[in-house]
Design a binder for this molecule. Structure first.
Ligand code: ADP
Length: 162
């Protein structure tokens, strides 16, 4: 497959699970646009600028990946990016119900846009931003799941709040 796909999420912060999904998506698409959702309802730990900066830093050396913030409807963001595919990651069955609902709703709003689900490597199958934040907050070692600079930013921010 050629063309552009979007990979939307909150990325609070980006984990090696997200990075793995992006790298897999690039085997199928020329270009992946990572859409950083504002997600005010989730009350993110990092604000949108911090989350955007971290993604830009992680993918700085990859010309096939760009990072853009968005706050409106996902299908409008996909259309703005000239993308007709949305990439989402699946971990456990628990992701499945919500993700299928979301894909169904997006298809009803924009029938020309497809959702493709990818799974990350087994070692990241249980990694989520929220769990990584929680373990780091309790001084657990999450270095396996984060880019070193992301780990640094997370620990620095946690320290500043203590
Ligand atoms: P959202 O708020 O949209 O769920 P996230 O940043 O939590 O945003 O996740 C973005 C996407 O990446 C979602 O489809 C999520 O299921 C997927 N994802 C997150 N972590 C992993 C992982 N470790 N393996 C596979 N997919 C993942």
């Amino acid at each position: 497959m050629k063309g552009t796909a979007i990979y939307p999420g909150t990325f609070d912060p980006v984990t090696r699970g997200h990075i793995d999904i992006c790298q897999r998506a690039l085997k199928m698409f020329d270009h992946v646009v990572i859409g950083v959702a504002d997600s005010p309802a989730k009350e993110p730990f990092f604000d949108i600028n911090e989350r955007f900066d971290m993604l830009e830093m992680v993918f700085d050396d990859n010309d096939h990946i760009s990072v853009k913030p968005f706050s409106g409807l996902l299908i409008d963001f996909a259309r703005d990016c000239d993308a007709d595919v949305i990439i989402r990651g699946l971990r456990a069955i628990s992701d499945f119900e919500y993700e299928v609902q979301l894909a169904g709703m997006n298809r009803s709003l924009a029938p020309e846009i497809e959702t493709i689900f990818l799974t990350a490597a087994q070692r990241y199958a249980f990694v989520s931003s929220s769990l990584v934040r929680e373990i780091a907050r309790l001084d657990g070692d999450v270095s396996e799941f984060l880019h070193p600079e992301i780990l640094h930013r997370l620990t620095t921010k946690l320290q500043s709040l203590k």
